[in-house]
Design a binder for this molecule. Structure first.
Ligand code: GAR
Length: 208
């Protein structure tokens, strides 16, 4: 049974989808804990209601980024995870932290990476006149929103879309691909070869 720790900062809709699908579909894994850098994150209450240990490591209580990363790692390691899942975790993590979980640290980003790393992806995509947007699940490397891509989902941009509508459409795609990627990982169906991810069963790594 693989142990998953999920890191969140806010609403936790990806965390919820992963936890629910894991339980409902009988993955060989369980969500061992949900950790937030914000004690007020809505997702902590959702995790508790699902019976998952939910705790906060408040970044404001740490003097430096390194001190926060170390405290976060201690909290995570108490659950001995096989996989750490960043699901709307909005703090930049240092290289030491990333290296500690290398190869077992996944992130989801609301764009078709390598386009639009960083914040305000939907606004920037609208400003650029993009006709398609999407989301990317990737293994984390020390470079922000960068790393071997596991799966991407493509969503259309319609005339009249605003940031809110686009974000909702992309979020729906995220809820399809993130559980799939996590399931592939815990079932041992992913390989990283020369910096690229291969799904060993030949499943499609793009959802359109
Ligand atoms: C998601 O859209 C996720 O892609 C994004 O935060 C949202 C979290 O929503 N993550 C990032 O922007 C990371 N760079 P959720 O809390 O409802 O899962």
């Amino acid at each position: 049974m693989k142990r998953i720790v999920i890191l969140i900062s806010g609403r936790g809709s990806n965390m919820r989808t992963i936890a629910e699908r894991c339980a409902a579909e009988g993955w060989p894994a369980r969500v061992a804990a949900v950790v937030s850098n914000r004690p007020e994150a809505e997702g902590l209450g959702i995790a508790s209601a699902l019976g998952i240990p939910a705790l906060a490591v408040d970044h404001r209580e740490h003097a430096s980024r390194d001190a926060f990363d170390a405290a976060l790692a201690r909290a995570i390691d108490a659950y001995a995870p096989d996989l750490v899942v960043l699901a709307g975790f909005m703090r930049i993590l240092g290289a030491d932290f990333v290296r500690r979980y290398e190869g077992r640290l996944l992130n989801i980003h609301p764009s078709l990476l390598p386009a639009f790393p960083g914040l305000h992806t939907h606004r920037r995509a609208l400003e650029a006149g993009c006709k398609a947007v999407g989301a990317t699940v990737h293994f984390v490397t020390p470079e922000l929103d960068h790393g071997p891509i596991v799966i991407q989902a493509v969503a259309p941009v319609y005339a009249g879309d605003d940031e809110t509508r686009l974000a909702a459409r992309v979020a729906a795609s995220e809820h399809l691909i993130y559980p799939l990627a996590v399931r592939w990982f815990v079932e041992g169906r992913l390989a990283i070869e020369q910096g690229r991810v291969r799904q060993l069963d030949g499943a499609s790594q793009v959802l359109i």
